[in-house]
Design a protein around this ligand. Structure first.
Ligand SMILES: [Zn+2]
Length: 199
């Protein structure tokens, strides 16, 4: 029994999950998760960002578990990020935001907010402004010593935000990789050059 418990806990530096990816196919296997398919277009974008975050971190020697929306098991990591874009009616009433469940996650959230708010030229909502942010279903599967964060990267249902994001998914991903690297103190990922002059 002990061996089973140890085997079930996966260790890595970082876990990266793409919001809504793999749904609706995975919904039947995870009836305890709300089968939220995301905003229009969101499921196409979250894997692009998650893949690029993963690629950059691995290129700098950081071990990454890359997961879709629904996954098995429990993970002990330095940091976990769950990539999303917001969708809301009426359009353009939201923006970027961050979700987390534990007080210990607040440092990581503050670091990302300060970084992304300096670059994202639209609204930044208060941390944990929805239940889905503060009680994200996958938080219970990760023990993240430096923070487990839902990163809503902007409101995909707002045309100006969508347009801004559409040509910058890889750049935003590189920024997330930089943020994770400095927050966990591993990998030394540089600040993307195109953002270096903006800060
Ligand atoms: Zn989402």
């Amino acid at each position: 029994m002990l061996a089973f418990v140890l085997a079930a806990l996966v260790h890595a530096d970082v876990l990266v999950s793409a919001g809504h990816e793999g749904r609706p196919a995975s919904c039947a296997r995870f009836p305890q998760h709300r089968c939220n398919l995301g905003a229009a277009g969101e499921r196409e974008w979250t894997p692009i960002v998650a893949d690029e975050v993963t690629r950059v971190l691995r290129a700098h020697g950081v071990s990454v578990v890359r997961e879709p929306a629904d996954f098995e098991g429990d993970y002990a990591v330095d940091m976990a990020v769950f990539i999303h874009f917001d969708g809301i009616v009426p359009a353009c009433s939201s923006g970027a935001s961050i979700g987390y469940h534990h007080a210990a996650d607040a440092r990581a959230a503050a670091l990302w907010r300060a970084l992304y708010a300096g670059i994202f030229p639209f609204r930044f909502m208060p941390d944990n402004f929805t239940v889905g942010l503060r009680d994200y279903y996958a938080f219970r599967q990760v023990d993240a010593s430096d923070g487990a964060l839902v990163l809503e990267l902007g409101e995909i249902s707002c045309p100006p935000q969508r347009t801004w994001l559409a040509t910058r998914l890889d750049d935003v991903a590189a920024l997330i990789a930089y943020d994770i690297s400095r927050t966990i103190g591993k990998g030394d990922v540089p600040l993307p050059a195109k953002f270096a002059g903006r800060r």
